[in-house]
Design a protein around this ligand. Sequence first.
Ligand SMILES: [Zn+2]
Length: 206
Amino acid sequence: MKKNIYYSLLISAMVSVSVAEETRQVDKHEHGVGELNIAIEGNAIDFEFFIPGADIVGFEYEAKTESDIALVNAALEKFGNFDNIFSLPESSNCNLVNSEIGVNQDDDHDDHDDHDDHDEHDDHDDHDEHDDHDDHDDHDEEAHNEFVAHYSFNCENIKEIDRISFPYFTNFPNSGELEVQFVSEKGSTGFEVEGDEPFIDLKGKI
Ligand SMILES: [Zn+2]
């Protein structure tokens, strides 16, 4: 049984959270490797990030303690302002038209039948039962999640985008690399971006 759970955090009206349309195999990801798809069509540029929780907050189990929830919410808030993640040349005059930020939680619950009442807290009187939280430790180690962020822009001078840089690497100290797939009318190309050279060069590619 696979579940997708999006933490919802209403940072602003700009940010909406939705359930993934397709089932993404979150547990197939590689820790230390975030994925970024960039697509340019006409005057529009879209960014789609899938980044393991390990690279963002350092864990991938479902946040339940106040401090873990605070970490996740702080990270979501950073994603809420794309300037924290990437930057486009000012001369391109790109305006954000839509964004969606969330966490795609994928736990393997198959062998944890009791997980539901753990979640739902149906038995409010059974507080002593919280010792069985310990049983979930190995479950937590198997849990995986991803931060998912989509941003769409319309640009007045899209051909002015000759470089995209990524403050992402400095804003998330746990970050590894970003594997970028870029596609425009001129074709597609890939980049591996790391913190020591946190940008991609798009001259002649748009
Ligand atoms: Zn993982």
